[in-house]
Ligand binder design. Structure first.
Ligand SMILES: Nc1nc2c(ncn2[C@@H]2O[C@H](COP(=O)(O)OP(=O)(O)OP(=O)(O)O)[C@@H](O)[C@H]2O)c(=O)[nH]1
Ligand SMILES: [Mg+2]
Length: 308
């Protein structure tokens, strides 16, 4: 990762230099955490703000498991959006790790975007009590909310500690363009922290694993997506070895399907998206492996990279 060194340009400007606060007076940069319950549209919003698919999106809750940085840069201003897992009560070590990611995102953030959306239009009390940063409330999925209902929701917000409220549709784009100018008002005077052409700090490997996980979430039902973790075990000369980990032998069978047909189908769909993402052809080799009750074991959860 390259972080630009601005020290030489500061020296050039030293004739008019009055104090440290003058240095970056025309520049804004900072971290903005996107938080809310599962499935409210956090990742959809991140992707729309950045204009690229960085975070995977499915119609199932608890899709996102990591903090995912999306870098927005315009006219020397930089917003570092952090997509987070949904806020829920954890039932295993994976769930706990996901909740730690939210806590860390809060700590890093200069501003929080708290999203609510139907059918979860109640306030996530826990987030409100834990968050000490300015909060912009986003009422998402307005394409699914009747005008009357929206009016009622807004009336119920009186007295709650929000700095701003926007009603948006992350999916359709309604009002999303109004967010960035408002967000910049809450960020410190600071120079860009990342090169302006960078969109994320995540590796190719990470995105490949996430694309495969998205296909697993889309293709399998019930407990299977949740019991699955994906790792790229090798990447060389256009050949990618991927391992899909599950918790039980019975799940291994379901993933593979009769005669290996299901896994082949999932692999093909993942390969197409991976090729699209990388902009080149790849050969994908996918295997399935059992890691008994990995979600209950802190060490396993850590090994899969969910504690960062
Ligand atoms: N109708 C409608 N659907 C939306 C909107 N925003 C997101 N969705 C849908 O809501 C579902 C969940 O979206 P995600 O972006 O994955 O939600 P999330 O909050 O990141 O979910 P987790 O990662 O599981 O916490 C997907 O099916 C999206 O297409 C919206 O503005 N309108
Ligand atoms: Mg998400």
């Amino acid at each position: 990762m390259i972080i630009p060194d601005f020290s030489s340009s500061v020296k050039v400007a030293s004739l008019d230099f009055k104090g440290p606060e003058d240095i970056f007076v025309d520049m804004k940069a900072g971290y903005v955490a996107i938080v809310g319950k599962p499935n409210v549209g956090k990742s959809t919003l991140l992707n729309r703000l950045i204009g690229e698919k960085l975070s995977i999106i499915t119609d199932k809750p608890q899709t996102t498991r990591h903090r995912i940085l999306g870098i927005w840069t315009e006219n020397d201003n930089q917003i570092l959006f952090i997509d987070t897992p949904g806020h829920f009560k954890p039932r295993n070590e994976l769930g706990k790790a996901m909740q730690v990611q939210i806590k860390n995102a809060f700590e890093d953030a200069d501003l929080v975007l708290l999203i609510i959306a139907p059918p979860f239009l109640t306030m996530p009390e826990l987030i409100l009590s834990e968050c000490k940063k300015p909060i912009i409330l986003l009422i998402n999925k307005i394409d699914l909310i009747l005008e009357e209902e929206l009016k009622r929701i807004k009336e119920n917000l009186v007295g709650l500690p929000f700095n701003e409220v926007f009603a948006i549709s992350a999916l359709k784009g309604d009002n999303v363009d109004k967010l960035t100018p408002k967000i910049l008002e809450y960020l410190p005077d600071e120079h860009p922290l990342y090169p302006e052409d960078l969109l994320s700090n995540r590796s190719e490997r990470f995105f490949i694993e996430e694309i495969m996980r998205e296909k697993v979430f889309e293709e399998y039902k019930q407990e299977i997506p949740y019991a699955t973790a994906v790792k790229v075990v090798n990447m060389k000369d256009g050949e990618i070895d991927i391992k899909i980990f599950v918790e039980k032998e019975s799940q291994e069978g379901i993933i593979i399907g009769k005669g290996g047909r299901k896994l082949k189908e999932v692999g093909t769909r993942a390969r197409k998206d991976i090729e699209n993402f990388l902009g080149r052809h790849v050969y994908l080799k996918t295997r399935v492996s059992v890691r008994k009750k990995w979600r209950k074991k802190k060490e396993e959860v850590r090994r899969f990279g969910y504690y960062e």
